[in-house]
Structures are given as C-alpha cells and as structure tokens.
Write a protein that binds this ligand. Structure first.
Ligand code: G1P
Length: 287
C-alpha cells in the first residue's frame, strides 16, 4: 500500500534551545537561510508524500502558518524585479504540499502528539519525521525507507550507532542481527540508563508506521519522563507487525540544540560553492 501521508510533530517546548524559543518556535530557527522545518518538509515532498500533518502548539500557529501562506505584496515585488531565484525559494514548499495543522494542547509526549493525527491518517501506513533530526543527503532518507517498506503493516525506523553519553537521551533498539544496514528489531526502550541499553543503536526521527500504532498508543501508559512515548507503542506491536531498523548513511544533525544547528549551518554553507569559499577564508582567520 502506498504511504501518502506524513506526520511532523513540532509542538515541543524547545527547552533545549532556550532562551531563543521564548520568541521563536524551534523549527523556525534557520539553518543558514531556511528554517529547520523547511528541510524536513523538503525531505518528505522529495519522497513523493505531499499530504503533511503538522502537530503544533497554539502559540506557534501564527508564525508557522505564515511560512506557508502566499505573501502577495512580496511575490509581486519579487516578480516585478525579476528575482526568480528568490521567488522560487519563497514559493518552494507551499506550492508542492497540502498542510494540515493539528493543535496539541499539552506537551504530553511524542506518542500523544502522533495519536492526534489518528483521524487524518485513517487505515494506511504513514511516515513520521522529527524535525530535530536533520538528515542531509542526496537521496532523502525517508524515501529510501519507503522503498524498503515491502511488507504491509511492518514498521521501519531509522537507526544510528551512538556514543554512550547520548544513549540515555534516546530510544535504543534491540536486534537479532549483528551486521548489515537493515536490522530486525526485537525490542526497544526509551531513554534507558546506560546499563539497561540493549545496544548502541539509537532511534533517529524517521519512521514508517502502520495505523495499528494508534491503538497501541491509546493502550500505552506514561513511560520515560512521565510522557506517552512512541517507542513504547512501537515496542508493543513488534510481535504482531514486525519492525526493521535502517542504518542510514546521510549526514545527521541534532538541530534541537544550538551546537547541532551551528554544525548543520556550517555543513550547508560548505556544500554550496557560493558560500563555501567565503566561509573557509573566514575560518582560516579564526583563532
Ligand atoms: C524522540 C524519540 C526517541 C528518539 C529521538 C530521536 O525523543 O522518543 O526514541 O531516539 O526522538 O531524536 P525526544 O528527542 O523527543 O526526547
């Protein structure tokens, strides 16, 4: 069955990015010249999914929506000046996607956020992307995962080897395979203490999930941090649905923190011939 919808939860409080997030939703903080949310949407759209459900908080609504509406005076001004490049940048996302907004009134956890999309998703498998995980590569990671989705109802999750310091902050998988880019997942645990971690392979925010996940979330009790965790719900459907982990190759940045955002901006600037030279020249002068 074709996966035609994606859910992108963005309603988090942005505590790891305070104080900037007092005034700006975290996903609107730019990586070079695009807000981080833009890259996530681009990844989805370039993968052939154009129905996108954004889970937002009420306080973010105006700023986020304004990124996707048509700004007539600006478009006219750019058209009059023949500034086609800039016009394309401004119009890039909104002309290619249909965006639905759902408000999460309280930050009760990632599982809770995803459950809000239940009615909009219906019975089909769907994609979930967490915009804090920026993944940059020539081939969109979620597109590769869609290509791996051959068994209807099976869950597929992006995974990555991580260092011991980060293990307690992430979802960690257990696997019966010791090699290869695709791993059969036998279990997963959210934010384990280091001695309880079943491996050093962490869940990174790209998922393809069956619609049964909604029932599993409804049956989930609060888990790590007292929140309704998506990881617990996925863990509970592994025996019936199966779950594969995909070790992706593209560059990954945790842009939910300032250092990750800075690294991603530098990576972006270095991948563009126009900005690369200027940045390199400047970096050489830095002590
Ligand atoms: C979420 C997931 C976690 C995953 C992480 C990746 O955690 O619950 O399993 O490893 O994203 O970024 P959060 O960042 O919301 O604490």
């Amino acid at each position: 069955m074709v996966v035609s919808k994606a859910v992108i939860p963005v309603a988090g409080l942005g505590t790891r990015f305070l104080p900037a997030t007092l005034a700006v939703p975290k996903v609107m903080i730019p990586i070079l010249n695009y807000p981080s949310l833009h890259y996530c949407l681009e990844e989805v759209i370039d993968s052939g999914i154009t129905n996108i459900i954004l889970i937002i908080s009420e306080s973010q609504r105006e700023v986020i929506e304004s990124y996707f509406i048509h700004h007539d005076p600006l478009v006219s001004a750019l058209t009059d000046k023949g500034n086609i490049d800039l016009l394309e940048k401004v119009e890039k996302i909104k002309s290619r996607a249909q965006i639905e907004y759902i408000v999460q009134e309280q930050p009760l956890g990632l599982g809770h956020a995803i459950l809000l999309a239940k009615e909009s998703i219906g019975d089909n498998s769907f994609a979930v992307l967490l915009p804090d995980d920026l993944i940059l590569g020539n081939n969109p990671t979620i597109k590769i995962m869609l290509g791996l989705h051959s068994i209807e109802g099976e869950a597929i999750i992006a995974i990555k080897k991580v260092g011991s310091k980060t293990i307690p902050n992430l979802g960690i998988i257990d696997t019966s395979d010791s090699q290869g880019q695709i791993r059969q997942i036998t279990g997963m645990i959210e934010k384990p203490a280091l001695p309880d971690a079943p491996s050093d392979l962490a869940i990174i925010g790209r998922y393809i999930l069956p619609a049964d996940i909604f029932k599993a979330i409804e049956n989930s009790r609060p888990g790590a941090l007292g929140e309704i965790q998506l990881t617990d719900a996925i863990n509970s459907i592994i025996p019936t649905r199966g779950c594969k982990g995909f070790i992706f190759e593209a560059h990954h940045f945790d842009v939910g923190v300032p250092m990750g955002m800075l690294k991603a901006s530098i990576h972006k600037a270095l991948s563009d011939e126009e900005t690369k030279k200027e940045l390199k020249d400047w970096l050489e002068t830095v002590e």
